[in-house]
Design a protein around this ligand. Structure first.
Ligand code: PMP
Length: 343
């Protein structure tokens, strides 16, 4: 009995939980890889957001979203509800567990099975939507479902990553300044995957004032409508959307690159095989988009790509040969193969 009392976990206030979490988020490393692009060696920085405690850039967003709710509202809440493509769900599930709150995550069929497990392990209650919206994506159906849960669960809070300015603010105040600090300001372009648009809008807002010469290039996947392209089916999760982000303004981006699922997968597999870096699908997409861009822009010599999450999330999809076979995907396996050294 003494033990039972001595080992009881004390419930902490939201300010304590978020303060302790904050201290472990951010300051992710930037590693550089050298690629031969059209016969020239080009160096690309990869900012590895998978080094955050729950494995993705969404740790930053989760902390910022929950802080924006305010300590009184959060301490008095009965539950957290949110729509997520996966990573925000893992971060919120972790924080909801620390806060002692149930977390209802609205997800869709593209959710990676590993991420679903990681959410469940942290106690999340998963609500799966199955009906695609008019664009073939699931975002609009997910938003309807989360709005319904928010109405039905008395006292539930909905951080709403799609509309809450705390989402871009996390990157305006965190990711953007870190990139400039880590590179000593020597960065001429930043490449960013876009879904809610929080990362790109926040990073861009910081760079526009602190480093106006740095270009901000969005990367999206074929089938997503973020940059007003035709809607269609797509496999990658996390990146892309079936609705244009509310955070993107006319001056947020200097350009964008479109990438196919297959290209993104191929870059992920190649980074894993030849560079020992196992990053997620959208990171492969960002690198592919960066390479497209560098081919046309020889003047860019110091690019940084934001790599949003860890590759372990995709062990049963893009890193699984059986999955690729089932999906009928053949990847070029000599991508990024090191050129033989000559003496
Ligand atoms: N890649 C991955 C793996 C993600 O989880 C997300 C967030 N949905 C993004 C890219 C896009 O980030 P944002 O929502 O800030 O546009």
């Amino acid at each position: 009995m003494v033990y039972a009392r001595a080992t009881t976990v004390c419930r902490r206030s939201s300010a304590e939980v978020l303060g302790a979490f904050r201290a472990t988020v951010g300051n992710t490393p930037i590693v550089h890889i050298g690629l031969d692009i059209a016969g020239t060696r080009r160096w690309i920085g990869l900012k590895l957001e998978g080094h955050n405690p729950c494995g993705s850039i969404k740790d930053r967003t989760a902390a910022s979203l929950l802080e924006s709710i305010g300590p009184d509202a959060l301490d008095g809440a009965s539950a957290i509800v949110e729509s997520t493509s996966g990573n925000l769900g893992v971060s919120l599930a972790h924080l909801a567990g620390e806060l002692g709150l149930p977390f209802h995550a609205v997800v869709d069929p593209k959710l990676s099975p590993v991420v679903a497990e990681r959410m469940r392990e942290r106690g999340a209650l998963l609500h799966r939507v199955t009906e695609p919206d008019d664009t073939g994506g699931y975002l609009l159906t997910r938003l309807d479902t989360v709005a319904r849960l928010h109405r039905e669960i008395p006292g539930a809070v909905w951080p709403n990553q799609y509309a809450n300015p705390a989402n871009p603010a996390a990157h305006r105040d965190g990711t953007g300044p870190e990139i400039l600090r880590q590179t000593g300001g020597a960065v001429d372009a930043v490449f960013v995957a876009v879904s809610t648009g929080g990362t790109i809008a926040g990073v861009s807002e910081h760079l526009r004032t602190a480093s106006p010469a740095t270009r901000v290039i969005g990367v999206d996947v074929v089938g997503s409508v973020v940059f007003e392209n035709r809607p269609g089916a797509r496999r990658l999760s996390g990146i892309g959307a079936s609705r244009r982000s509310d955070f993107l303004r006319a001056d947020t981006v200097d350009g964008h690159e479109m990438v196919t699922d297959e290209e993104a997968f191929a870059f992920c597999r190649a980074l894993d095989r030849w560079c020992g870096l196992r990053v997620g699908g959208s990171s492969g997409a960002v690198l592919a988009g960066c390479v497209h861009h560098l081919v046309r822009h020889p003047e860019i010599t110091r690019p940084v790509c934001i790599a949003p999450d860890i590759g372990e999330n995709y062990l049963r999809t893009l890193f699984d040969d059986d999955y690729l076979r089932r999906e009928g995907i053949e990847l070029h396996d000599d991508l990024l193969r090191p050129t033989p050294a000559h003496d």
